[in-house]
Write a protein that binds this ligand. Structure first.
Ligand code: ADP
Length: 611
């Protein structure tokens, strides 16, 4: 990771504006909540500013004039008894505090709800965006990084909006309000009070940086400690067998001691910072008092004004200290926001072209015309491939591994677009169809079929979301899966573990076949679906596959030529070229590459059976 200097709020500002602009449509949907939050925020600030005022009024208008209520100067109160006025002011004090609490609550809750809505929204958009990105993107992207963006980055953005951005705005408004009120009361005292600010900012920043450095070092050490402990505990057998216990113990305890020292250092710095702030507040207070009392004696300010000043000073330092903390957090969160935006800005390579139309129900005629394809430039994975397949024909694709068989079928699914030439279904280039209408009309069964952490029923239904229960059972029967599914603890409602870990390979394949069958597609793609299965499972799976592919245009990639020798057409691929094409007997007669491979497998067969 690059060790960039953390951004300050100033340098992060353009990013913040960019993030706000990018997410504006999402924010706009939560307008009401956000406006309510801001209204409550300003009301809360007003209450905070008002808080010392009843006290000021008590001083100036009640205590000093010796309970001369007439002097209170608030219309409507003149005729009231001093005790009543005092009581009213006391009640006002409570009311202000209560209102401030209520507004603070309202702004926090509304903002939190709005932020959660917005982030959930952005997360969904991001997730579907990632899913739509082409495989060429996913081949290069690290899945961990993508997951981080969907979960961690979004969460950080949400948290920071609520935990830092709102208080940051609240504190800034409060501080500005306080400065405004102070200037209104007496500008000279206001300047004295504000003069201490730069000193305050410099010291807290300096100390803050120091604390951060120590805290980061400590976190790192703790991470390393946890990792080495996990390593040793995970490999206890080796540790004990090699008698490494005491050596590992010593390393661990050394790390532990260092971590202790750093933790103490961080605590010491934090405590020091708090004391320093207290001293600065004391200096500011004493300066204000020193000059303030003189001004009071001159009659320029009232004792109540002085009280307001002192109270503001006391409360203003807390938001200021937090300001530094929040700006740091926000600057960091902009990095998260930018990462999300940069991902959102990637356009999928394979997407609907302008004018693409929904595909009609396919008959299943497939044609490739001079198709050339490469994952990267100057690679040449498929070279100038041409063939034609009639609806309902079964095509076997064979050839050495790495020859481009899987690549060819991924072009049929339009997971990639060819560089040159075209792939057509029912006489139309795939690019003329919308992706949403193309892919659901093709079923696939891969070598390692992925089952999701869901019920058996759902896993089959992923093939066709509109399938009824009867459809699902029929598909499972076709796939030779019904019997074993009904024997599972909860039948069709049995939850499958991640990647269907609780099932055998053959059972997983049969569920995958049911998933393909429930789609009732005209075109079926099988990519080595029986590889890695034992003989008995292979037989059951192959039988199910034959039923699945009945009357469908089928592309069956197989390394076992015996499974596919009754295919209507066999394509022999090598190094991205279609060398031979025809029925089994055609190709045997041709006596070329296919025939050689076939004979080679034939010779190995008895050996394979023995082993
Ligand atoms: P086969 O299915 O015949 O084993 P593939 O179509 O999987 O062959 O692969 C053909 C060639 O393309 C291989 O050289 C492989 O390394 C390369 N290839 C496959 N997938 C990718 C990918 N996603 N990115 C880059 N190269 C790839």
């Amino acid at each position: 990771m690059s060790k960039k200097k953390p951004k300050t709020l100033g340098t992060a500002l353009p990013s913040i504006i960019k993030i706000l602009r990018h997410f504006w449509p999402h924010l706009r949907q939560q307008q009401r909540l956000i406006w309510t939050a801001f209204f409550a925020l300003f009301a809360e600030t007003a209450m905070r500013l008002l808080e010392p005022w009843p006290l000021k009024l008590m001083f100036d208008r009640v205590i000093l004039p010796g309970f001369q209520v007439e002097t209170i100067g608030i219309r409507g109160l003149e005729g009231l008894s001093p005790v009543l006025v005092l009581t009213l002011l006391a009640i006002a004090l409570i009311l202000i505090a209560a209102l401030r609490g209520m507004f603070a609550y309202l702004s926090a809750v509304n903002m939190a709800v709005a932020a959660t809505h917005v982030m959930t929204d952005i997360r969904s958009t991001l997730y579907s965006h990632i899913q739509r990105l082409s495989l060429s993107f996913h081949n290069q992207a690290k899945s961990g990084d993508l997951i981080t963006r969907v979960t961690y980055d979004i969460e950080r953005l949400r948290e920071v909006t609520v935990v830092a951005a709102l208080p940051l705005i609240a504190n800034t408004v409060t501080l500005l309000g306080m400065v405004g009120v102070m200037i209104f009361l007496n500008w000279e005292l206001a300047i004295i009070a504000i003069a201490i600010l730069p000193l305050f900012l410099i010291t807290t920043r300096h100390m803050g940086n120091k604390i951060q450095v120590v805290a980061r070092r400590q976190r790192k050490r703790e991470g390393a400690m946890a990792a080495s402990a996990a390593e040793a505990i995970g490999a206890m057998q080796v540790v004990q067998a090699l008698s490494l216990e005491s050596m590992l113990e010593q390393t661990f305890s050394k790390q532990n001691q260092k971590s202790l020292k750093e933790s103490a250092e961080a605590q010491r710095l934090r405590a020091g910072q708090e004391r320093l702030v207290e001293i600065l507040v004391a200096i500011a207070t004493s300066l204000v008092l020193w000059r303030g009392v003189q001004l009071t004696l001159q009659g320029a300010v009232t004792p109540g004004d002085l009280l307001v000043f002192i109270t503001y000073l006391k409360v203003a330092f807390k938001p200021m200290r937090q300001l530094a903390k929040y700006t740091g957090q926000i600057a960091k969160a902009t990095a998260s926001g930018e990462r999300i935006i940069s991902l959102m800005e990637i356009q999928p390579d394979v997407r609907d072209l302008r004018g693409a139309l929904p595909a009609p129900a396919f008959k299943g005629a497939v044609r490739c015309e001079n198709v050339t394809f490469a994952y990267r430039s100057n690679q040449g994975i498929l070279r100038n491939l041409s063939f034609e397949v009639q609806p309902g024909q079964r095509v076997a694709i064979v050839g050495p591994s790495g020859s481009g068989k899987s690549t060819l079928v991924s072009l049929l699914l339009r997971l990639y677009d060819p560089i040159e030439g075209s792939v057509c279904i029912d006489d139309h280039d795939l690019r003329e169809y919308t992706l949403a209408s193309l892919r659901p009309q093709i079923s696939i069964v891969l070598q390692d079929s992925i089952l999701f952490a869901a019920t058996v029923q759902d896993n089959i239904a992923y093939g066709n979301p509109s399938a009824t229960d009867e459809d699902i059972i029929a598909a499972a029967k076709l796939a030779n899966a019904h019997d074993f599914i009904t024997q599972l603890p909860d039948g069709y409602d049995t939850m499958l573990g991640e990647r269907g870990a609780t099932l055998s390979g053959g059972q997983r394949q049969r569920i995958a076949i049911a998933r393909a069958a429930v789609r009732k597609a005209a075109i079926v793609i099988l990519d080595e679906p029986t590889t890695g299965l034992d003989n008995a499972s292979e037989w059951e799976v192959t039988e199910a596959l034959h039923r699945l592919t009945q009357n469908c245009t089928t592309f069956w990639i197989s390394h076992n030529l015996h499974t596919v020798q009754d295919a209507d057409q066999i394509f022999y691929l090598e190094q991205g070229q279609l060398w031979e094409q025809g029925t089994h007997s055609d190709l045997m007669e041709l006596n070329g590459r296919y025939a050689r491979l076939y004979r080679m497998q034939e010779n190995q067969r008895p050996l394979a059976l023995v082993s």
